[in-house]
Write a protein that binds this ligand. Structure first.
Ligand SMILES: NC(=O)c1ccc[n+]([C@@H]2O[C@H](COP(=O)([O-])OP(=O)(O)OC[C@H]3O[C@@H](n4cnc5c(N)ncnc54)[C@H](O)[C@@H]3O)[C@@H](O)[C@H]2O)c1
Length: 200
């Protein structure tokens, strides 16, 4: 499928991550970081490596999974880790995870040294159909959702269905519910197509 061009960046579908190699080559990043949570570090980084077998070295920044960790304390931890790794303005952050990782990773990247490049590789259905696209980043304050954030576009978004094979039924349904919501709000034909899909 052809990539969708959206506000200055591309969303690639089932590309096997091959355009990512071109982006890395073209931009000559000083360092590449992969930001993941405990689950995506275990389940998705091996898939990421297998798709990009010749990727040059990257460092992994891992955080606890869950919405309760999408907060400023974890951001401070990530900013300090970037500093410890010697990350400068020319480094890249690849957010590999669900909406918590793409929201918080995007926020950390868009504010670290006044903004470094980031790429989203969403690994939940919800983040593929919603959270990873559109450039909204953010974190929660005192459990109030998305209180602080930025509008910052990723360099690119990669939608790869292979990441969904380890996702629980509950998380798949959560993403599917979001798709139904999109259909109900803006696209009747899409909504009907989704129901037909569900009936199969
Ligand atoms: N920025 C936006 O426009 C936007 C839009 C919608 C939602 N959001 C945000 O997205 C977040 C919710 O996203 P979510 O539902 O993806 O939550 P999430 O990131 O917490 O992921 C849900 C769970 O699935 C696990 N997981 C992720 N990928 C996996 C995989 N491939 N296999 C197995 N487990 C995997 C995660 O570790 C986590 O435990 C919320 O914080 C919400 O505010 C943002």
């Amino acid at each position: 499928m052809e990539p969708i061009k959206s506000a200055g960046h591309s969303i690639y579908f089932e590309s096997g991550l091959s355009p990512l190699k071109d982006i890395l080559e073209k931009n000559k990043y000083s360092k590449v970081f992969v930001f993941a949570d405990t689950n995506t570090a275990e389940l998705c980084i091996p898939v990421f490596r297998s798709l990009l077998d010749d990727i040059e070295d990257f460092d992994i920044i891992e955080t606890d999974s869950g919405e309760e960790n999408k907060n400023i304390d974890f951001c401070i931890g990530i900013w300090k880790t970037l500093l410890d790794f010697g990350a400068d303005r020319k480094c890249l952050m690849i957010n590999l995870g669900g909406g918590v990782i793409t929201d918080m990773g995007g926020f950390v990247a868009s504010t670290y040294k006044r903004g470094i490049d980031f790429i989203n590789i969403p690994t939940t259905l919800l983040s593929q159909v919603d959270a990873s696209v559109g450039g909204k980043t953010g974190i929660d304050i005192d459990h109030v959702k998305n209180m602080v954030g930025t509008f910052s576009l990723p360099q690119a978004v990669f939608i790869e269905n292979t990441f969904l094979t380890t996702l629980s039924k509950r998380e798949m349904l959560s993403g599917f519910a979001e798709m139904i919501k999109h259909g109900l709000i803006v696209d009747a034909a899409y909504y009907i197509a989704l129901w037909k899909l569900k009936m199969r």
